[in-house]
Design a protein around this ligand. Structure first.
Ligand code: NZQ
Ligand code: ZN
Length: 382
């Protein structure tokens, strides 16, 4: 075990049918006026928007709206929303949507009091000193953003996508009603399952020896292996939606890192580079990058890969483990190569990816990647 570690998670998570009814009361204890942030409209079709607005209105909370956050959210949207919130004098941010909306809300909450661009935080140039309270209504099971202090934002001109975290970015309350997720289309349902598995894997390949945490990680992955394919075959099933939603929250709320120093996160860096370049959905980028990363690492950390395979896919060799993981992702409906993601990765595209990987320094925290490794990884991903 790491000699010293701290466990801290202040998020109050409300889980189950109709929990959003409780949002208004929670909000009214935090202020009078909310900036309601959402994406391109899915929340208006699945009831999450109406339920949130009704709950806020009933509690007497005034609403200002910012809509249009895109998947792989961009700096411009966050800054515009923060400007609106500042001008309107809101005293909280309510996010309704998936990880992109939640992440944006976190940056908006630290940007409103400071009147600078959120990019300064993401790049580490400035530190947040204050934040408005954040409340989240999650409609897509994937990122774990609902119960962590992390936010990922993209700067297209700089070709960077950066994950940043600060304790001020923890939501005060998150509301998870799995019913909202029954409308998530098959592709994003699959990407969400990949993402939660990838979060567990980043922990598995992290630094520090915590056997209990390894068992948490294995349990989360096994939950996805057992219920993910069943959900893909039965997408309206509330029980299955709940299991995957709960697993996704637990995969990145600190549980998979307890007693360890850090996760690796190299694969996430590689995935972010693909999103910057081709706007590939986050989960899809990970189902391409993880098998490639394992292939690269197969002779460097064979025992760790074998141990993982044995505990999850019941495989006995490194090769079989990588094959089983690839099959699992592919059968869910998530791509395992750039070609499957619709990217024609010829020589020019490969060079572009290499450049963006270098710009984003996707070398990971533990199993450090060299420039030669970047080039091998690209060959494994095309
Ligand atoms: O924009 P709308 O119309 O809302 O549609 C969204 C979007 O097109 C749609 N959607 C969401 N809920 C739905 C739904 N469609 C139908 N029914 C519903 N109930 O799904 C699409 C994708 O949404 P998005 O929020 O982008 O997906 P996700 O939750 O996977 O979030 C991805 C973002 O989170 C970051 C990723 O990098 C990416 O930018 N991550 C955040 C992390 C964190 N904060 O801890 C960690 C992750 O590793 C990840 O990096
Ligand atoms: Zn992720």
């Amino acid at each position: 075990m790491t000699d010293q570690f701290v466990i801290y998670n202040p998020v109050k998570l409300h889980f189950g049918k109709q929990v959003v009814e409780k949002l208004g009361k929670a909000a009214s204890s935090l202020g009078k006026k909310a900036l309601l942030v959402y994406g391109k409209g899915s929340v208006k079709r699945n009831g999450a928007y109406d339920d949130t607005v009704e709950s806020l209105r009933k509690a007497g909370v005034e609403i200002v709206e910012y809509q249009g956050i895109k998947p792989n959210p961009i700096v411009e949207d966050v800054d515009k929303a923060a400007e609106l919130g500042r001008k309107e004098g809101v005293d909280m941010v309510v996010a309704v949507g998936g990880g992109s909306v939640l992440d944006s809300a976190k940056y908006i909450a630290i940007t409103i009091p400071a009147a600078n661009s959120c990019w300064g935080y993401a790049t580490g140039k400035i530190k947040p000193k204050a934040a408005l309270p954040i409340l989240g209504v999650l409609t897509l099971a994937a990122t774990g953003s609902e119960m962590n202090p992390l936010g990922v934002v993209q700067h297209d001109k700089e070709k960077k996508k950066i994950g940043y975290g600060h304790p001020l970015m923890f939501p005060k309350h998150s509301f998870l009603d799995p019913s909202y997720t029954t409308s998530v289309p098959a592709d994003y349902t699959a990407y969400g399952i990949v993402d939660l598995v990838a979060h567990a894997l980043e922990g598995w390949f992290g630094e520090g020896d915590a056997s209990l945490t390894d068992r948490f990680i294995v349990s989360i992955i096994n939950e996805a292996i057992e219920y993910g394919p069943r959900l893909m075959a039965d997408p309206e099933n509330y029980e299955l939606r709940s299991k995957i939603m709960f697993a996704a929250t637990m995969a990145l709320n600190g549980l998979t890192n307890q007693g360890k120093k850090t996760g690796d996160w190299g694969v996430h860096g590689i995935g972010h580079a693909m999103s910057v370049l081709w706007d590939i959905p986050h989960g899809a980028s990970l189902s391409i990058a993880f098998p490639a990363w394992l292939t690269l690492q197969q002779n460097r950390i064979p025992n760790r890969i074998e141990e993982l395979g044995y505990a999850t896919f019941q495989t006995n060799t490194v090769d079989d483990t990588i094959r089983a993981m690839k099959n699992f992702f592919r059968e869910l409906g998530s791509p395992v190569s750039l070609a499957e993601a619709g990217v024609n990765a010829g020589e020019e595209a490969q060079q572009e990816l290499l450049e963006v990987m270098r710009i984003n320094k996707v070398d990971g925290n533990v199993h450090k990647l060299s420039d030669d490794d970047y080039q091998s990884l690209i060959k494994h991903m095309i």
